[in-house]
Design a protein around this ligand. Sequence first.
Ligand code: FAD
Length: 455
Amino acid sequence: MQYSCNFQKVYQTDVLVVGGGTAGFGAAVAAARNGAKTMLIEQTSVLGGMATSGLVGPFMTCFDNDVTEQVVKGIFDELCLRTEAKGGAIHPSKVRGMCSHNSYYLGSHECVTPYQSEMLAVTMDEMVTEAGVQVLFETRLADVLTDGSKITHAVVLMKEGLCAIEAKCFIDCTGDADVAVRAGVPTWKGDKQTGDMQPTTLFFEVGNIDKEKYIADLEANKHLLDNHMGNCYSWTVREAKANGDWSLDKNELGMYEQNLPSRWKVNTTRMAFVDATDTEQVTKAMMEGRRQVQEVLAFMRKYIPGCENVQLIQVADVLGVRETRHIVGKYELTVDDVLKHAIFDDAICTFAYALDKHDSEGGGVTWSLVDQYYTIPYRSLLPVNCDNLLVAGRSICGSSEAAASYRVMPACVAMGQAAGTAAAMAVAENIKPEEVCIEKLQNTLIEQGTVIKRN
Ligand SMILES: Cc1cc2nc3c(=O)[nH]c(=O)nc-3n(C[C@H](O)[C@H](O)[C@H](O)COP(=O)(O)OP(=O)(O)OC[C@H]3O[C@@H](n4cnc5c(N)ncnc54)[C@H](O)[C@@H]3O)c2cc1C
């Protein structure tokens, strides 16, 4: 079947950022601050992606593995500081390991950033507005128009109908590489050999917990935590399973206190083998997630000291998706790069979060700490087959295992900042993103707060 129509509106811009999650936010602010006329489209009505509509949190660590130096700064740090100033976050430098803010995990969980999603969204609104970005909510990328190896327009669905946005440079921050796929960039899903992707989770928030009682019980049971790597209440989950009160794949209760003592984010539901680029599968997973939320609440009330009167505050509007597509780009970041301190000549940011791979069948988690820190190369943001596209966030060119580290939000903001800065430079100089002078890009990023470790 074919269909043709006239676009209801046609916009023009220098840089179009598609997707307003943490990566898209960083990209749009950076592109606009560096002089490009910038638009950002987002299919929901809030910036932040997983951090807000997904209720995911806290931001995982932005420090090195020795917890001696903050290695993600720039726009990410500004976001944390400005949200903290509003009473909506706690700066990561103030949060230690094995506490209520990190569900009693230690490895890679020191210096996380607890935040209230609604407050984060307000700070993001302020920062994009101050930078001069034109944001369009409720606007979803449907397709792209191309001319040879360049994208000329994004075709978007708005309330008005189908519209088009013409841009000189595009940044795909959809998490699913939606722009790249439509532009003909090759991609793969999950693990290259098996196609397995990390499981999905529906986050929710609870309150009315007797915190003193809850903490006292956990402190008393600290010796049961596996190697100080978390596994909170795995012993109680085992008991509940035996009683027929726990049918979930996950074997622990992940409770993350926010900056407000009255609110906790819960990371415990699990829907495995969901391809989140398939609408029917997402719909089914959302319904199953909401069912699991009710089961977890009942478990908490029955088994967890201090949670007898726990109340549901809200369930995320969107499914928590850890992994879908990875683009084929100019360099594939490997698990060895992540674990073994890779310092690239074209590094655009530094990161140190552990490999945190949730098994595809939903139950366990594989953990490996990185060697101090590693860098992410600019080439991993550059897709093959498309001359005016950058990709930032969890769908860059990297193996499924490597993504188990760089998929988390501080790295996504940092990748976004790099992509936005590079796009602005490419537009200003009328060159392809791949022709941007790396030294100039790195110097600009460093001047604007990014930490880039070099040999
Ligand atoms: C269950 C779960 C737990 C996690 N825990 C943590 C944690 O504790 N700490 C941490 O730091 N990280 C955590 N992560 C990882 C992290 O949240 C994500 O990997 C990260 O947010 C990805 O950022 P992104 O900007 O690439 O994508 P997203 O945050 O997914 O943002 C993509 C945005 O693009 C929009 N979009 C998508 N397609 C289109 C389209 N076609 N048109 C228009 N807009 C579109 C979406 O609406 C969304 O706003 C977790 C992830 C999950 C799923």
